[in-house]
Design a protein around this ligand. Structure first.
Ligand SMILES: [Zn+2]
Length: 236
């Protein structure tokens, strides 16, 4: 193998590495987008939750107001009967019943005041949340959009790199590409390892002096005795 082929294989390797890098980035983006969408849904759900809380409080308040109305009607009936009642015992019993109803009303009114306070607090919270919510959702949507743009860009990059690769392959012999693919299957990364300071940058082992001396002289591409990668040496 001559040094032009070696250079072309090195270029091929660079392109393959870039393609893999872009592909692995591409694989991660859909999950990132999914997480952002979940985050957005969480903000929406949280908002819905406080709205429901407020509605429930308002409902409870309404119920207690109706209870008061019932009690007031009962008091009115008791008062009517107090005017017509004959026996003393019955009169006393009605007075007791009236007092109980009045006490219940006071109790309910206290509860309503507490609920109103809660409603006021939650209304404030809702207003604050609305401001934050729109901002947060906008932010998340911007992030999603930029990730979708990134997918487009990365797909373009892959297209360009694939074109570049096709062009480069035209200048390589099929058996050289076959061998390149073969070693690639075994070593996964760096089929061609640049030799740096007598070290194979594929496996980071020092190249035996005999091999290194040969590497300096020969036009042929030698393989690392340790990892089997092609060695590419360029004198500085
Ligand atoms: Zn090696």
């Amino acid at each position: 193998m001559d040094s032009i082929t070696a250079r072309n294989l090195l270029k091929l390797q660079e392109i393959d590495e870039k393609i893999e890098e872009v592909k692995s980035r591409l694989e991660k983006i859909p999950t990132e987008i999914k997480h952002l969408q979940e985050e957005k849904q969480k903000v929406i759900d949280e908002y819905e939750k406080i709205l429901i809380q407020k509605k429930q409080l308002e409902l409870t308040k309404k119920e207690k107001e109706l209870d008061i109305q019932d009690l007031q009607q009962r008091i009115k009936k008791i008062e009517d009967r107090l005017n017509t009642v004959k026996s003393n015992d019955e009169y006393k019993a009605l007075l007791r019943e009236k007092a109980q109803a009045e006490e219940s009303i006071i109790h309910l009114e206290d509860e309503i005041i507490n609920i109103m306070e809660e409603i006021e607090n939650i209304s404030k919270k809702i207003k604050e949340f609305e401001k934050e919510r729109d901002k947060k959702i906008q932010e998340i949507e911007n992030q999603i959009e930029s990730k979708q743009k990134e997918i487009e860009e990365l797909n373009n990059q892959i297209q360009n790199l694939t074109k570049e690769r096709e062009e480069l392959i035209k200048h390589l012999k099929p058996q050289d590409i076959a061998q390149y693919e073969n070693i690639k299957k075994k070593v996964k990364t760096k089929v061609i390892a640049v030799v740096d300071d007598q070290v194979c940058t594929g496996c980071y082992m020092v190249i035996p002096p005999k091999v290194f001396t040969e590497l300096l002289k020969t036009e042929n591409l030698l393989r690392c005795p340790n990892c089997g990668r092609y060695l590419f040496y360029e004198s500085k």
